[in-house]
Design a protein around this ligand. Sequence first.
Ligand code: NAP
Ligand code: GLV
Length: 317
Amino acid sequence: MATIVIATAMFPEVVERLERAGHGVEVREGGLPPEALAQVEALIVPLSLKVGADLLGQAPKLRVVANLGVGVDNIDLRAAAERGVAVANTPEVLTEATADLGWALLLAVARRIVEADRDLRAHGFPGWTFLPPHLGVDVHGKALGVVGFGRIGQAVARRGRGFGMDILYASRSPKPEAERALSARRVPLDELLAETDFVVLCVPLTSETRHLIGERELRLMKREAILVNIARGPVVDEGALVRALREGWIRGAGLDVFEEEPQVHPGLLDLPNVVLTPHIGSATEATRRRMADLAADAVLAVLSGRTPPNLVPLPAA
Ligand code: NAP
Ligand code: GLV
């Protein structure tokens, strides 16, 4: 019997499944004090929890960390490798939900849905006017730029095809099959920024992608363009983005992720041309259940000496 700690609220069925497999399970929503770590062999963590060398150092029996998310930038992979701790994540099962949320943001900003809703609630239905205060921009038939053409990037692009859009992408490696399937064209990032009407960020956060979009890149974008970030906050220099939105270098932005989560840059909060969501890309009930199951699968696999399919490759220790 191993001790499993789940560091976030969890579906009771998943806790019961781990218990039925013969393990002791603690659900700890309020942080992980040293006494919670001393005996732990498996940790299921929300991606908001930093799993650094210090935390790993307090958990001498730990064998696996299962991250409730696909991005693993919250985990010190080198420290995990050095301690022989396996790391698993939740790829695939959240791809479509996250792409949907990206599109929800794109459409909300383009058609000014949140502004219109706020005004209707505050001032009532104004009557049909030919030139309403919330004139938006067309989405159909425009150019969509996807930065990071992996699982989520391609799912965003697939939806773009349904809107009759031209698809451009910038990614570390070419994706010839997806190019053919989606009639997508790989271009350098600068060209994508200059030529597309909607730019959706779908890269992982790494040392190369931190501030991938800063003042220079925002100034390359069209003045009518809309930026959507469903990747990670630090991929965008938020200070530069606030200036871009205030000064009209671009038309608007839809943001699900923020540079200093859980803080949101105060400059974003009073801008009308942004739509903000609190990192809810994968937050549908069905998707969260699949993520929880996958994390539980990974823990059970490692505890019984098997390799889970969603093991994250670790750097050489
Ligand atoms: P993925 O399949 O690994 O796709 C990431 C893509 O980004 C890959 O194609 C990768 O290229 C490319 N890439 C990596 N570094 C790059 C760089 N420096 N420049 C350009 N492209 C680069 O991952 P995914 O499942 O689509 O997830 C992507 C990210 O989305 C996650 O890491 C996470 O941070 C974020 N995410 C956010 C939410 C949310 O709630 N908002 C939900 C899920 C995921 P290669 O193909 O060459 O490796
Ligand atoms: C969410 O942000 C994830 O990485 O799954």
